[in-house]
Write a protein that binds this ligand. Sequence first.
Ligand code: AMP
Ligand code: ZN
Length: 401
Amino acid sequence: MSDPISALINLQFSPAVPIPEHLVGEVQSKLAYVDEAIRSARIAPSGDQITLEIQEGAANRQDAIQEKVQRVVHSMVKGAFKPKIQVLEDHLDRPVIFDRDPMEELAARGEVSQEADGIFSLGPMLTRLIAYFEGHFEHLAATFEAVPYRFPTLIPARYLERVNYFRSFPHSLTFVTHLREDLDAIDHFALHAACDEHGLNVPAESFSRIKTLLSPAVCYHLYFTLADSTLQSGSLAATAVGNCFRYESSNLASLERLWNFTMREVIFVGSKDYVLENREIARQRMMPVLEELGLAYRVESATDPFFVGEFRKQAAFQSAFQLKFEIRARLPFKDSTLAVGSYNYHQDFFGRHLNIQLPDGSPAHTGCVAFGLERMAFAFLAQYGLDSENWPSSVRQAVNG
Ligand code: AMP
Ligand code: ZN
């Protein structure tokens, strides 16, 4: 972590190759991970200027930092082509009544309490609002007769390794450890452990080797329960809600981008047709729900935030095969959109890597519909404000009782 009290200096330079408009956001979000001294990174919307705020103490490493930034630019931009964005639903102009950032008022009312960057406790109104959204998602799951699961918050490293997660999303991993089984290390910790502005002052040798991480997604757990077996029924619909963790560095911001968030998923495992058909049915069944919420949103094709080296190839692949669509809600206060959910198709990726077979011996296809619960609430409040008398009546009645 960066030192919160040191002074900052500005570093401004041009990217080695111009960054096309459609990649500005993707590249900018990766710059947070380039160097610990970077406190913020901005790329001009035109893509021709990069501005970094770096800690003063790193002033003598400016050239090295700049060189690393250029490596990111090269890798993500060179040879990239503009994906064709496919819009499946467009209700962005649905009239909404609020245009401020709800965070300040949420904090003033005790509805959010920040424990650390990207880690928030939520109060009664947010909790009720999320329970109301959850009711809709559980109903959606029930229409598929999806069976319920509960998954752990931790996930073994070897599971993530098996599905190439380390290569695709190394930057966002969160590792779990514990003190080694060693009396001296534990005694030393008990007597001397203390926190300073850098965190715990404990030597790295006191901690065990990492075998476990915090889980970055819900549906992976289902695929691991099915690994190395044949899905006798030929198809499966399941649902679960769970804590997910994605370390987003200095991109962590309000309820928009959390380190620890919750996701509700409806998950499909079966043949290609079964998964694709149900993903589409789920999207259609969500349309009246989003209408009842009065949400201004759009559903459009998207790609996952793969890390630098993997980005170009994997994003092009996802977009060519239309593997991901996002529900992007309007955030009126910043004139932008935020993904509150996604409709995903993984082809037979998990079926092949985890040896999940269909009765005919072929690898299973998988897909999931995933909703970010905190983001749903945040986007709704960004469009309707905190006073429930201004909310669409169905939401008001459900939340106020
Ligand atoms: P994904 O699997 O990346 O499509 O994520 C599914 C949903 O989880 C997204 O549409 C968001 O609503 C939510 N989500 C993903 N990352 C975060 C985050 N860092 N903070 C809050 N919500 C998130
Ligand atoms: Zn999923």
